[in-house]
Design a protein around this ligand. Structure first.
Ligand SMILES: O=C([C@H](O)CO)[C@H](O)[C@H](O)COP(=O)(O)O
Length: 222
């Protein structure tokens, strides 16, 4: 498989490409999903997009592209069960909760996901002790633990590869995911380390030829 044993990445299925749609309009997103059909496994309704449009894109993507999983990147921090219910009722397959939240919040999101038969991704953005928090969250029944280099620190030259190695070294139950400035130049190192889901936002959305870029990135996933 070309992936380290501990990475908990999928053993039979292919790694998944998640396209993060943060700043495009709904119409532009629908065009992008049409153009990139076959390359994108999960479409992320990014946090800025949720702020702009609420759950409207979640419903629209689910209606028009029923074969693509929809992730609502709501980055839940409190009222876990209530907020996750809203995402799943709108049609999301996966919703996000922050790793820095209280355990009770994450547990509420997990209960909601189980109720609706959906999935939970924990976003480890800004978690101070990544190893320790990953070990704790890995016991909570979440589906994915996502390392994430924030937009606001990407410009300082940070990237998520070392954090991915840390998470992969300790997880036993959840699968890993990775986000934060991933692009063609950096994807191979991530693929070699191993992750179930690779999130690519700006690199696809800002590409001159989005269709070709998404296809190329997808072709690097194992
Ligand atoms: O989650 C994201 C960010 O915090 C803004 O909400 C992005 O969707 C994520 O970082 C992926 O986007 P890129 O970093 O542009 O690949």
């Amino acid at each position: 498989m070309g992936c380290k044993k501990k990475c908990r990445k999928t053993e039979e299925k292919q790694m998944k490409l998640q396209a993060a749609l943060d700043t495009l309009t709904l119409e532009e997103c629908l065009e992008l999903l049409e153009e990139t059909k076959g390359s994108i496994d999960i479409v992320e309704v990014g946090t800025p997009f949720v702020i702009e449009e609420g759950m409207v894109p979640v419903k629209a993507f689910k209606d028009k592209f029923p074969n693509i999983e929809v992730l609502a990147d709501v980055k839940i921090m409190d009222a876990g069960g209530y907020e996750a219910d809203k995402c799943f009722e709108a049609g999301a397959d996966i919703c996000t909760v922050l790793g820095v939240s209280h355990d009770e919040t994450i547990q509420g999101v997990v209960r909601s996901a189980k109720k609706y038969g959906k999935k939970v991704m924990v976003d480890m953005i800004a978690v101070p002790d990544l190893k320790k928090r990953t070990e704790e969250i890995d016991q909570m029944g979440v589906d994915y633990i996502c390392v994430h280099t924030a937009f606001d620190v990407q410009k300082l030259g940070q990237d998520p590869l070392n954090d991915l190695k840390t998470v992969n070294s300790v997880i036993k139950n959840a699968k890993s995911a990775v986000a934060g400035g991933v692009k063609l130049e950096t994807v191979d190192a991530i693929v070699n380390e191993g992750a179930e889901i690779i999130v690519v936002g700006g690199a696809i959305c800002n590409a001159k030829d989005r269709q070709a870029y998404a296809k190329e990135i997808k072709s690097h996933l194992k």
